[in-house]
Design a protein. Structure first.
Ligand SMILES: Nc1nc2c(ncn2[C@@H]2O[C@H](COP(=O)(O)OP(=O)(O)O[C@H]3O[C@H](CO)[C@@H](O)[C@H](O)[C@@H]3O)[C@@H](O)[C@H]2O)c(=O)[nH]1
Ligand SMILES: [Mg+2]
Length: 195
């Protein structure tokens, strides 16, 4: 039998390049039964991202951010406001760790030095090529260096939410928290009894 690759003749065409890039990727896919099909799949992405859950083991509080998200608005949820981990897109030539430390200071005004990497996740593997690196770090009041809020130069407007861990877990049940990264990291804290 002639040997054929499972995936072959991959070509990509950029359909839109605005904030991120939307590509149409054309390829031949060989099914288990030996038949092949020429398929086109859409793939969206930007630079990879980072996100972090900050927790204070003595006060049993966590720091989250609240901001407007157009996709959430378009979906008709919470007027478009989403409660999430601190995070953002990695700048060119920046390490994920430096990015997460930078975003923590920009978005919520805390300077943390020691961050622990927990997982690398694809948020929507059927659509997005982005990897997100997930972190945790403990904090206390000494780490607070300013009020955060995001970069005005990037039109960011972020509300800092310091809330009890118990309340944050409740907000998963009530669907006030709907971001997958945030839910998995709150559960990570819970499973590992870090707080
Ligand atoms: N999505 C999007 N955001 C835009 C756009 N123009 C400006 N922004 C704003 O630019 C800012 C980017 O901030 P970052 O902190 O760098 O990224 P992020 O929006 O928090 O994104 C993070 O989460 C995403 C998942 O929700 C990730 O996809 C992303 O990589 C990153 O981790 C946000 O305030 C966002 O609203 C646009 O066209 N599209
Ligand atoms: Mg952000």
């Amino acid at each position: 039998m002639e040997f054929k690759e499972k995936i072959s003749n991959v070509t990509s065409k950029v359909i839109s390049s605005f904030w991120g890039t939307l590509e149409h990727v054309n390829f031949d896919f060989r099914f288990k039964n030996g038949k092949s099909a020429n398929l086109t799949h859409e793939v969206y992405g930007k630079n990879d991202g980072v996100a972090i859950l900050l927790y204070n083991p003595s006060t049993k509080k966590v720091i989250l951010s609240k901001q407007f998200r157009m996709p959430v608005y378009v979906a008709g949820v919470s007027n478009g406001f989403s409660i999430e981990l601190v995070g953002g897109a990695i700048d060119d030539n920046e390490s994920p760790e430096n990015c997460v430390i930078r975003e923590t200071e920009e978005e919520v005004g805390y300077s943390v030095k020691k961050v622990k990497k927990v997982a690398t996740v694809f948020l929507s593997p059927g659509l997005m090529k982005e990897r997100t690196y997930l972190y945790v770090a403990s904090y206390n009041e000494d780490n607070k260096v300013d009020n955060g809020g995001g970069l005005a130069s990037e039109n960011e407007e972020i509300e800092v939410l310091e809330t009890s861990f118990k309340t944050a877990l409740k907000m998963i049940e009530t669907e006030e928290i709907i971001d997958a990264r945030t839910i998995m990291m709150l559960q990570y804290l819970q499973i590992n009894r870090l707080i």
